[in-house]
Design a protein around this ligand. Structure first.
Ligand code: IVH
Length: 679
């Protein structure tokens, strides 16, 4: 279809509009330290403009934001010229485009193999630090790439930025330049922003804006009061000859610079993809924000050969994690109690559309997560949905925080009506309700006990359990087998009748036939999932023997590690648990196994490879991997065509999408359990 004049007019209008909007966004971001849009939207508009400009080359304008490095210059600072232009990076959200980048680099260089340095992309402000005779001479912002602002006095306040270097043989004359990123950690940001809010000062939406605002303060004493960190990523020195980026990072470390934590020399696109996937999952755990990874040709000679195009080097690209973000109000923080007593905080959000779904709730993980971000009820928070299915809260818009907001405190008591004091173990982040009578836990414990893979009690679903706990018919799992006592009452309940009651009582009776391994799993001992229950059933054979076993004897069993052994001991040393076990025994449940060891099972995964993504409910990652290995299979770390199964838990990472793209067999945790249990 040919373009009409009408299309042209509309496109040209859009092109001009985009140039104007992007220039406005750039000014707000670089000069006023404000983000008017999120990165994802900015990049989308930027790409739209790039595309339109390539369709209308006649409209070339050297002042278009696509041709100029956005300037961060402020008139009050002295200007200094960079020895080498400070460039920007071409961004991409697609692995395919990283593959294109790899292909292009190899083609242009005429090589079949290339080494890349892949590094975390810190979300901060770039700074060039020039050293003469081993002393920091001046520090300059990127400015427009050619000329930057002299912020030396402020940079002197950055405590981890080396001011004097001990002479080293590698940098003979002590004249060199170090480029890197100035950042503030999530925690430092939250604390400082709060202080500023209390003092009625201007607050900032994110650590990057606060770091850039701080670097441009006119009073260095004020800068000194704020925590800034410098992470080096580039060393320029004529003394180095033709080196590689990773060698230069080593030198930087030797002479006292902090380099960006985690980088890898990747020798193939597969290794790059692996690193991308690894960090997609791990990035939340970092104390600072990253917005992606930077992939750079490792050899400086090859970098020079590739050169630059417009404002971007041809030898580097930024892969950004494709997180769609929206801002919404945090209406409340509520709590869920799991069957092991873990109390998990949940964000109750003002409903908002995100990646085609309406989001009302998001996980908040634990107390540390909330405190690191300094989330408070009433805040406007940033909610993100990346490769994961479950949305997460990743930050606060402090500009919108109410002055009277109250810092978050994890509750001291269980949210159930018993209000039992919560307990936190030294080496864990979670809070526990240890009460055996907590109705919320009881519900979850009974739900687990009755579930399909445990006792498989037909007719005893979530709603019925809630109802019976409420009515006091069920106080623990053993009460299920006494429900006959309430038969008359149940029959008369709304929604119940003779038939449904019969079905329930039948289901309960039938469940008594479930084998020992199911009963063991159903008890809900922490870390004793279906697989471990099966091992115990085969290797130990009865609950009586299990009760008498010592920690060391348990540890001697293949597949049982420290956590499992401790948890079993703890559970079986508790009198209330023993009482329940005795009641269940009395009711006729199977507490002895009847099968013999089946060793052929141990090789059933021969030649099969597994990869896990997301959190599993029944196993830790380590346990699941041990299981696969115990059955003769192999666990690999990245998705490739050779992968036999991708096992997907809660919150899967980008491996899922990749596996879908290349047609790998994807299974969920239940299917995985079936696979390991199926003899
Ligand atoms: S290398 C040619 N490595 O990202 C530019 N930059 O979007 C070479 N950045 O201006 C830059 N982390 O301020 C590089 N590990 C990293 C980085 C990084 C953050 C920033 C840097 C740059 C911007 C480009």
């Amino acid at each position: 279809m040919s373009m009409t004049l009408f299309d042209d007019n509309a496109n040209i209008q859009r092109l001009n509009e985009l140039r104007k909007i992007i220039l406005e966004y750039d000014y707000a971001y670089y000069v006023e330290h404000k983000s008017l849009v999120d990165d994802f939207t900015y990049d989308k508009l930027y790409r739209e403009l790039q595309k339109l400009e390539s369709e209308y080359p006649d409209l070339y304008d050297p002042n278009s934001p696509t041709n100029k490095v956005p300037s961060d210059k402020i008139s009050s600072f002295r200007k200094i010229a960079h020895s080498e232009r400070m460039l920007s990076l071409q961004n991409t959200y697609s692995i395919d485009e990283v593959r294109d980048f790899d292909r292009r680099c190899k083609e242009l260089l005429g090589v079949n193999q290339l080494d890349y340095l892949v590094e975390l992309k810190l979300d901060g402000v770039s700074l060039s630090c020039v050293y003469q005779s081993n002393r920091l001479k001046y520090a300059v912002t990127r400015g427009d790439g050619e000329l930057g602002d002299d912020v030396t006095m402020n940079a002197l306040q950055i405590s981890n930025l080396p001011k004097n270097i001990s002479p080293t043989g590698r940098l003979v004359d002590g004249n060199f330049e170090v480029r890197g990123e100035v950042i503030m950690t999530k925690k430092e940001f939250a604390e400082l922003n709060q202080k500023m809010l209390e003092q009625g000062q201007k607050t900032f939406a994110n650590p990057r804006n606060l770091a850039s605002g701080t670097l441009k303060l006119l009073d260095p004493n004020e800068v000194g009061k704020r925590p800034l960190n410098f992470f080096a990523y580039y060393l320029l020195s004529s003394a180095l000859g033709q080196s590689t980026l990773d060698e230069n990072l080593k030198i930087l470390q030797e002479i006292g610079f902090k380099i960006i934590p985690s980088h890898k020399v990747c020798k193939s696109i597969e290794e790059i993809e692996e690193f991308i996937i690894e960090w997609e999952n791990k990035r939340d755990e970092l104390p600072f924000y990253i917005d992606g990874l930077v992939i750079k040709v490792n050899s400086i000679r090859q970098q020079q050969e590739l050169g630059t195009i417009s404002r971007f080097p041809r030898w580097a690209i930024a892969y950004k994690y494709s997180a769609e973000q929206v801002e919404t109000k945090l209406l409340d923080i509520t709590y869920q109690v799991g069957r092991t007593g873990i109390v998990s905080p949940v964000a109750e959000l003002e409903p908002v559309e995100l990646a085609q779904t309406i989001v009302k709730r998001a996980t908040l993980h634990n107390e540390d997560y909330i405190k690191t971000l300094d989330l408070r009820v009433g805040d406007y928070v940033i909610v993100e949905k990346g490769g994961e299915i479950i949305p997460k809260v990743v930050g606060v818009n402090f500009e919108k925080r109410e002055a009277n907001s109250v810092p978050f405190e994890f509750p001291k008591f269980c949210p159930c009506e018993h209000k039992t004091p919560l307990v936190k173990y030294e080496d864990e982040v979670a809070y526990y309700c240890l009460s055996m009578d907590c109705p919320w836990q009881i519900r979850k414990k009974i739900e687990h006990f009755a579930s399909r893979n445990a006792m498989n009690i037909e007719g005893l679903g979530e709603r019925t359990i809630d109802q019976f706990v409420e009515l006091g018919f069920l106080n623990n799992i053993a009460d299920i087998y006494d429900l006959t006592k309430y038969a008359d009452q149940i029959e008369k309940l709304e929604g119940w009748g003779k038939k449904s009651l019969e079905k329930l009582l039948n289901g309960i009776e039938e469940s008594k036939k479930q084998p020992f391994e199911n009963v063991l799993f159903a008890l809900g001992i922490r870390y004793v999932g279906e697989f471990v229950a099966k091992i115990i059933s085969k290797e130990i054979g009865s609950i009586d023997k299990l009760i008498t076993m010592t920690y060391d004897e348990l540890m001697a069993i293949n597949q049982i590690g420290d956590k499992i052994a401790k948890s079993i001991k703890e559970f079986l040393q508790n009198n209330e648990n023993i009482e329940i076990i005795n009641k269940l025994k009395h009711q006729g449940l199977q507490f002895e196994s009847h099968h013999s060891t089946n060793s052929s099972n141990l090789n059933k995964f021969n030649n099969l490879t597994f990869l896990f993504t997301g959190e599993l409910e029944n196993y830790t990652r380590n346990q699941a991997e041990k299981i696969v290995e115990g059955l003769g299979g192999k666990v690999v770390s990245s998705v490739s065509k050779k992968l036999s199964f991708l096992v997907v838990g809660n919150n899967p990472g980008s491996k899922l999408k990749k596996a879908q793209d290349i047609g790998i067999t994807i299974i969920n945790e239940n299917e995985f359990i079936k696979l390991i249990d199926n003899e």
